[in-house]
Design a protein around this ligand. Structure first.
Ligand SMILES: CC(C)(COP(=O)(O)OP(=O)(O)OC[C@H]1O[C@@H](n2cnc3c(N)ncnc32)[C@H](O)[C@@H]1OP(=O)(O)O)[C@@H](O)C(=O)NCCC(=O)NCCS
Length: 154
């Protein structure tokens, strides 16, 4: 589905694609994070993280004005971006909102000329990201995360 069609499809179903944090209620967003199993985070820290985020999209349920889908990307604005916090409210999963928001976010990054787009995926969600163009371990390249063992308290 192309961009215009997707936006009018969402509208016709009572949803509104948003690109800024104005009108985004962070407590409601945090509730969506918690509902899908993310740890509850300090709203002030979420606010700061969103201020430092280059690209952000969310879908508003017009009836309640609440966020029902969200995704964001951080990066250097030129070469690299990493996508974070892809979530859809459990009551609204399975109707295409996750796909819509991811397609728009990737499109926005590509329009900026950013081609190195990465994300972390839980194993059970790999099948969601693959049709959107993401591959695991491309050319054998493996992601690594810093994971220092907890130091014993004295
Ligand atoms: C993963 C998630 C974002 C998907 O959003 P969604 O709105 O439910 O997905 P959509 O309805 O847009 O589905 C798009 C397509 O992906 C498929 N899909 C959705 N979730 C999938 C999964 N976990 N595994 C494989 N395929 C999946 C759908 O069947 C659909 O296929 P189709 O295009 O052939 O019909 C959402 O389920 C979610 O928020 N999950 C909990 C949080 C999470 O795990 N986030 C990712 C962190 S890594």
């Amino acid at each position: 589905m192309d961009k215009k069609m997707m936006i009018s499809y969402l509208k016709s179903r009572g949803f509104h694609l948003r690109r800024t944090t104005s009108d985004l209620n962070l407590d409601h967003l945090n509730s969506v994070f918690v509902a899908v199993g993310f740890p509850r985070r300090d709203p002030e820290k979420i606010k700061l993280a969103l201020e430092n985020t280059n690209s952000l999209l969310w879908i508003e349920h017009k009836k309640t004005q609440k966020p029902v889908a969200f995704a964001r990307a951080t990066g250097d604005g030129v070469f690299n971006a990493i996508i974070w916090d892809v979530v859809v409210d459990p009551s609204f999963q399975g109707i295409g909102l996750g796909k819509a928001i991811m397609e728009r976010l990737v499109e926005e990054l590509l329009e900026k000329g950013i081609v190195n787009i990465a994300l972390y995926s839980e194993p059970r969600v790999l099948g969601f990201y693959r049709p959107l163009g993401f591959v695991a371990d491309p050319d054998g390249i493996r992601g690594m995360v810093y994971s220092r063992k907890q130091r014993k308290k004295k």
